[in-house]
Design a protein around this ligand. Structure first.
Ligand code: 6PG
Length: 241
């Protein structure tokens, strides 16, 4: 039985505030939070919100930053999730120290980087049954039901035993490094941040008919074994619930 909690907000700004309150609660409970970030437009709004409202509100020294996926590009490429996070968050909050940032090196050989990053996770995170366990994994969901960079046409990558895999975008073929379900479902808390009307159909199917959705959408396979799943939705994404 999945333990999930659904939160609906008027818009992305309210969602950012709601998610911030959630993170602050985790920071009261855990001495340190290893957080896996996602790319996309929703986290960009969240990072801008943190940069504007949370310079002092969040104890940034208690957080280490990782990624759930990264495009196989250089860190200064417009497509880089790290670049987006650097511009919208790290460059705005100098109190976030470089040694708390563990980026996926998109510029490296993808197979080598998947191995290297898996080792980083094994070293930096607590492990459960020798599998790295994040305190918090933040995920988005693509219009096609992908999450991290596990796409429906490569849904089998979700169950890879390794922590990270090399995936590819279904249209462009461009390679990406992605966490697998092995690590994502070992997290203590997983938070989906999903906004926009174009996600509403899949959100309804994922929440109300998960057994069917699981066969089609990698996002529907998120089910933290001993953790909790939280949905942070705007009203548009939740409009069919
Ligand atoms: C990526 C993201 C991806 C994202 C979804 C949702 O690198 O593309 O990690 O999985 O979370 O595409 O993106 P939006 O927040 O823009 O809807």
């Amino acid at each position: 039985m999945i333990k999930e909690n659904i939160n609906v907000y008027k818009d992305t700004q309210d969602l950012s505030e709601g998610f911030t309150l959630f993170l602050l609660k985790l920071l009261e409970v855990y001495p340190h939070v290893n957080i896996s970030l996602s790319g996309g437009s929703t986290p960009k709004v969240l990072f801008d919100y943190w940069a504007e409202h949370c310079k002092e509100r969040i104890d940034w020294n208690k957080i280490s930053f990782f990624w759930g996926d990264e495009r196989c590009v250089s860190p200064d490429d417009e497509m880089s999730n790290f670049k987006m996070t650097k511009e919208h968050l790290f460059d705005q909050l100098p109190q976030i120290k470089d040694n708390s940032i563990f980026r996926i090196k998109g510029e490296s050989n993808p197979d080598d980087e998947a191995v290297r990053y898996s080792k980083i996770l094994a070293t930096e995170l607590l492990t459960k049954n020798s599998i790295p366990s994040f305190e918090l994994v933040v995920l988005g969901m693509g219009d096609d039901g992908h999450t991290a960079s596990i796409f429906p046409n490569q849904i089998q990558l979700w169950n890879e035993k390794s922590s990270c895999v090399v995936a590819s975008h279904p249209e462009t073929g461009k390679q990406r490094i992605s966490l697998t379900g092995t690590v994502i479902n070992k997290a203590q808390h997983v938070a989906f941040l999903v906004t926009g009307e174009n996600k509403a159909e899949k959100i309804k199917e994922m929440i109300e008919n998960r057994s069917v959705a699981k066969s089609k959408y990698p996002a529907a396979l998120v089910n933290p074994e001993q953790g909790y799943l939280y949905w942070f939705l705007d009203e548009k994404a939740a409009s069919l619930l």
